[in-house]
Structure formats: C-alpha cells, structure tokens
Design a protein around this ligand. Structure first.
Ligand SMILES: *Cc1c(COP(=O)(O)O)cnc(C)c1O
Length: 334
C-alpha cells in the first residue's frame, strides 16, 4: 500500500496530538567507529516531548483520543514502579485535564520516590498499589471500585499495547518511511526494545503494509521468543483490523531475540551497564537500565557476533526510559 493511503487510514482514527513529531533521525558516527560494524543511526523516540518523552506517547495519541470519545472521566493503567508507560499516561492525562489512576506493582517503596514514580506523583496521578494481587486483577478491581463510585474509567492495558495503541507505531513506521524518502538514507534493519509488544507490532505492521524490505528486530526485554511472537502477531492483527489492512504479520514473520533476558525484567546486569556507558561516552546519548540499555547491549552483541556487518546500515529505535536512570543510579555507577 502507498504511504498516502496508509496515512489516510490513520487519519480516520481519533487522535489527539501529544508528541513532538516527527522525532529526529540521527547518525551515531562515533558509536559506529567504536564498534567497527554496520553504520548505526538512531530514531529519537526518547524525544517525543511529553514529560521526558518515550514510545508510549505515540500510543497515547490514539488511546487518549479513544478515552475522550468514550467520555471517560478517569484514565487508568498499570505497571512496575518505574513504568515509563505509567508516567507518560499520567502526563497525557494531566495535559488533557483528565484524572489519572495508576496501579503500580507491589508495595510503595520505603525510600524517597525516584525516577518515574517520583514523576507520577508530580504529575498528579492517584497511585494505588497492587500488593499481593496479580497486576491484571488489581487493575480490574480498582476499575470496579471506581465504577461503583459512579465514575467512568477508561482502562489502558499494560504498556498501552492493544489494537488502538498499536496504531501509534504504524504511524511511526509511516513517519520513518517519509524520513527515509526525504533523506535518501535507508536501513537494512531496525532494532527495538520489545516488552508488551505493541511497539514492535505496529512497526512490523507498518513495514509489511508499506513494503519495507528490511527487518524489524525486537530485542525481548522479558519474554521468550516463542509465545511472544504469537502475541506480537495478534496485536498487529488487532491494529490491522482497525485500519482495514489486508496484510497480516504472521508469528513466523516476527523477529524476536530472547538471548538478553539476563536476570529478568528490570534486573540490570553487565550487558546494560556497558551499553549505557558506551552510548553516554561515545555519543552523549542516554539509554535506560530496563529497556534501551538491554536493547542496545543486544545490538552491540549482535554486531560482535557478525549478524550485522560493515556495509550495512542499522537503525536503533530509541524508545525512551531515561528517567529510570536516576532510580538505578547506584547500579549504573559512575
Ligand atoms: C514500554 C517500553 C518499551 C517496550 O515497548 P512495548 O510496546 O511495551 O513493547 C521499550 N522501551 C521503553 C523505554 C519503554 O518504556
């Protein structure tokens, strides 16, 4: 499908402007030189603008519009205490004048609020804790409590990953497509951190629809590739239905690397620490301990093992998360 046709389909959906878009597309010349592999570029979705930015802003443009159309009087979502998605949802809600309830995992931290959790509170979100309850159940129970009080909650799933949220990254792929056309710079592969799956699903669906010839490589943050590919394929299917697209993203078309799960979700190891330091010192670029540090570490490892080599051009899609750096200051080290 042509890009203008895809953009026309996207324009038929409800959308509120929240982000500073398009985000910059920049070469990583010094990192390229250090690694002596493919020519590396970065797509700066850490610079989407809203309250320190990140990838969830693109999903929230569609999700928040849907909440407004449904006349919700409160938006809700859930996540880890350092959830970037929760922080961006709180910011979007504040910007649009809608109350926000966040259900965060576990118990309130004993120490001084830091990073994203600090910002959630600053942004005026009503933070509730899941305690011993599974996250999904805690979110549903808190929504039920609000309904019993006569409120109309709009519940955004974990990571903003559903059919509506996926459209944000279909639009992002169309944005990259335009930038590739305008600059004449094209990429053999796009590498992105993949966790709740909506970002990769949207990119893969957009890529498929536009006929992009490169690959969309997800570095898994917490899931094993096999069930995760099915999940991403299903999310893309949901987005495709909303947009009336015929091309499907099959599980076998989804590229997920799950070799970098390390100690598990949000557990920082050497891979992340080295990638964070390398990006900072070679480019003045900040990546985070949970998502983009792991994804960049994975990309560096793939370059060392020869998956991407000299002569190719690879785009690292930066998805944000830098506020979490402050919560991990001790582990990140000097
Ligand atoms: C949420 C998030 C991701 C993962 O995006 P998904 O759509 O959940 O897969 C990657 N990086 C950062 C910084 C995030 O906050």
């Amino acid at each position: 499908m042509r890009e203008d046709e895809l953009c026309a389909r996207l324009e038929n959906l409800n959308r509120v402007p929240l982000g500073h878009l398009p985000t910059p597309l920049e070469p990583l010349s010094r990192l390229t030189e250090v690694l002596k592999g493919p020519e590396l570029w970065v797509k700066r979705d850490d610079q989407t603008g809203l309250a320190m930015g990140g990838n969830k802003v693109r999903k929230l443009e569609f999700l928040m519009a849907d909440a407004l159309v449904q006349q919700a009087d409160v938006v809700m979502t859930a996540g880890a205490p350092q959830s970037n998605h929760a922080r961006q949802t709180a910011a979007a809600a504040a910007h649009l004048g809608v109350p926000c309830v966040l259900v965060l995992h576990g118990q309130p931290p004993a120490e001084v609020p830091q990073g994203n959790y600090f910002l959630d509170r600053l942004l005026g979100a009503d933070v509730r804790w899941s305690g011993a309850r599974p996250m999904a159940r805690a979110l549903e129970e808190e929504a039920e409590t609000l309904r019993a009080e006569g409120r109309r909650p709009y519940v955004i799933p974990y990571g903003g990953s559903n059919a509506v949220g996926v459209c944000g990254y279909v639009a992002a792929m169309a944005e990259l497509w335009r930038q590739m056309r305008d600059t004449g710079v094209t990429f053999d592969a796009v590498v992105v951190a993949s966790s709740s799956g909506g970002t990769q699903a949207g990119l893969a669906l957009g890529a498929r629809t536009l006929g992009y010839g490169g690959s969309i490589v997800g570095i898994s943050i917490a899931e094993h590739a096999e069930p995760f590919k099915e999940h991403i394929s299903a999310l893309a299917g949901g987005g495709g239905t909303l947009l009336g697209l015929e091309d499907a993203v099959k599980p076998d078309d989804v590229v997920v690397l799950d070799a970098y799960l390390g100690g598990g979700y949000a557990v920082m190891g050497m891979l992340e620490r080295e990638a964070i330091a390398m990006a900072a010192r070679s480019e003045g670029l900040l990546v985070d301990p949970v998502y983009t540090g792991r994804a960049l570490g994975g990309l560096i490892d793939q370059i060392h093992s020869g998956t991407f080599s000299y002569g190719e051009r690879v785009l690292f899609w930066h998805t944000g998360g830098t506020p979490a750096l402050f919560a991990y200051a001790e582990e990140v080290g000097p």
